[in-house]
Design a protein around this ligand. Structure first.
Ligand code: ADP
Ligand code: MG
Ligand code: ZN
Length: 590
């Protein structure tokens, strides 16, 4: 293991292995096939990259997305590790050249998409190589029970009989329920004892669920308050993605978008803009993100709730891979449950619908739990509860709760009196007693609820309150040319006095990190170098490395080696430039 640790320091600039990495690497070097379940950002890649360097021959890495192999390979090359990928973006000649490099022993890692394994000629070419290890990334894709089933993952089994001896298999995933783990082990013939789980808890993530927020305004405030930070906004539908993208673009944000309705080309360029920090916000459906290793994502905002906990934790987990404090915020509205239910009923076959609806319900329960959110997720994945995390919105909820039952009844009654045929704005105007001509025309000034909230609320606050009642599921929206609102079954209970309504004061939008001019200065240099080398900035150095540089402020060039993420390789490549930038900043010459 000492040799493994030296390689970690030399290529990656890290002092020691993390929890779980040591055991996986030992097992793998001993030829034991293993299943590694570690949260996103836990450091799974190193579990196969270090053995690949140490084992004789070529390690094959099965990776689900061709569009990202290039980034992974670039990151390895930046650390002086000979790696390549083969996918459909290469010409036949390029594939040949890569295979020749591989057979001449020039490569240590070869990334391929599972679909490649459906080609007989490719398998034949592989059979001439010496392959000690097969790493299966995102291994949950092999399971029917998982949420990302990929039939071609089953072709991995063909590799087991390709050589006289079955290579060692290392399956890696971040999201696997016990049933999915069983499936992976069974399909990839891995012993149950060879499973290494490090726990799903992510110490650097602060989870929040916000109910009844005005989403658009919340997002704008959030982006305003966290101007420098990179983040992802997930929405449930393409339409919602387009709408958020348009709004944010209009307000001058550098945004990218991604969903299955965009052309392959456009998706690629948008992804690229985000990876390269040219767009700081990515607005996307769940089509975006698998295999993305961008380490400096500081927040993941869910504009709409996803359809199950696996998806949620995987998407949210894309924040803070570098281990720095990051936020995962879910904006809940009851209408989004209908959207997800609709999507499930429209897109799945009979057999899976009830299973998926049950999963959706777990997600809804999560949004309404009053206990620690991190613990709620852990227990979903079958992990014993620890102490409350102390970081999530429930652990930190010091907001006051007010009983608003009476005002809710006034609003609901007003909606009923207006015949449940109007939109929010009209209702709000009646409630504050507006002199608007339309209101006079409809005779609403004669209603007993006309002006009933006048003086108590400003007109904007009445609209917010109506939004809140919609989010709580007491009012529902009927979509049409003009969306109208009506009282839901739960709302009727409130009108009958059978149900109370409480509201928490609005959350304050938090700033993630304090501005550090030195950090910004180094960030600019990082972007400059990344552009020269045509790689994403996080391939040069992670945010964590830049932060550590800011903290340690090495006084001599040699001391740069003490910084997390600066090993021999990167020291030689970038050490001098970052050191100079640091010194000139400290001397005040920039
Ligand atoms: P995963 O695939 O599990 O989501 P990655 O392999 O992408 O995670 O690793 C996440 C981050 O953690 C990367 O920036 C990686 O360089 C870093 N990392 C991995 N192992 C270590 C370690 N032993 N010490 C410090 N940082 C590490
Ligand atoms: Mg990974
Ligand atoms: Zn908590």
């Amino acid at each position: 293991m000492e040799q493994a640790r030296q390689m970690l320091q030399h290529h990656f600039g890290y002092e020691s292995f993390r929890q779980g990495q040591t055991q996986i690497i030992e097992q793998t070097l001993q030829g034991q096939s293993s299943l590694c379940v570690m949260p996103t950002g836990g450091g799974k890649s190193i579990c196969y990259q270090i053995p690949a360097l140490m084992l004789e021959g070529l390690t094959i890495v099965i990776s689900p997305l061709i569009s990202l192999m290039q980034d992974q390979v670039e990151a390895l090359r930046a650390a002086n590790i000979p790696a390549a990928y083969i996918n459909s973006t290469l010409t036949a000649q390029e594939v040949d050249e890569t295979m020749q490099l591989a057979s001449a022993g020039y490569l240590k890692l070869l990334y391929i998409a599972p679909e490649r394994l459906e080609s007989v000629s490719f398998l034949q070419a592989l059979s001439y190589l010496s392959v000690p290890l097969i790493a299966v990334d995102e291994a949950h894709c092999i399971s029917h029970w998982g949420h990302d089933f990929r039939p071609s993952y089953r072709s991995i089994q063909k590799l087991f009989t390709l050589w006289p001896q079955k290579p060692t298999v290392l399956a890696l995933t971040a999201t696997a329920t016990p049933a999915v783990c069983d499936d992976i082990r069974h399909l990839l013939t891995i012993d149950e004892q060879a499973t290494v789980m490090t726990g799903f808890s992510r110490e650097n993530l602060a989870l929040s669920v916000l109910i009844g927020e005005n989403k658009e305004r919340y997002i704008k405030n959030y982006l305003q308050k966290n101007k420098q930070e990179v983040g992802i906004i997930y929405a449930a539908t393409r339409k919602a993605v387009d709408a958020i993208y348009d709004t944010l673009t209009r307000s001058g944000e550098a945004v990218a978008k991604y969903h299955a309705g965009l052309s392959e080309d456009l998706r690629m360029t948008e992804q690229e803009r985000f990876l390269k920090d040219e767009a700081r916000i990515m607005v996307a459906t769940n089509a975006f993100g698998m295999g993305i290793d961008k380490s400096n994502v500081r927040f993941v905002l869910h504009y709409q709730m996803p359809r199950n906990m696996e998806s949620y934790y995987q998407e949210a987990g894309r924040a803070g891979r570098d281990g720095l404090p990051s936020a995962c915020i879910l904006l809940y509205a009851s209408g989004d449950v209908q959207t997800q239910r609709f999507l499930i009923e429209q897109t799945l076959d009979e057999a899976r619908i009830s299973q998926e609806l049950a999963k959706l319900q777990t997600m809804v329960d999560y949004c309404h739990t009053e206990g620690c959110l991190q613990n709620a997720i852990l227990s979903y994945f079958g992990e014993v509860q620890e102490e409350p995390c102390g970081r999530c919105s429930n652990c930190n909820d010091g907001r006051t709760v007010t009983d608003v039952t009476e005002d809710a009844q006034k609003v609901l009654a007003c909606v009923v009196r207006m015949g449940q045929k109007f939109g929010k704005t009209m209702v709000a105007q009646v409630l504050i007693g507006s002199k608007n001509q339309k209101i006079a025309e409809f005779g609403f000034a004669r209603l007993s609820t006309y002006g009933i909230l006048k003086g108590k609320y400003a007109s904007k606050d009445v609209s917010n309150f109506i939004e809140f009642l919609i989010a709580e599921g007491l009012l529902a929206v009927k979509h049409g040319t003009f969306p109208t609102i009506y009282v839901s079954a739960d709302g009727k209970e409130v009108l009958l006095g059978n149900r109370q309504v409480t509201r928490k004061e609005a959350v304050t939008v938090r700033k993630l990190v304090d501005n550090d001019p030195l950090f910004e200065h180094l960030r600019v240099l990082r972007k400059e170098i990344a552009d020269e080398e045509k790689v994403p900035p996080f391939v040069v150095f992670s945010d964590k490395t830049l932060r550590d540089l800011c903290d340690k402020k090495p006084a001599v060039l040699e001391d740069l080696r003490q910084v997390s993420g600066i090993g021999e390789v990167k020291f030689d490549k970038y050490g001098k430039r970052f050191f100079d930038a640091l010194q000139s900043f400290l001397e005040g010459s920039v």
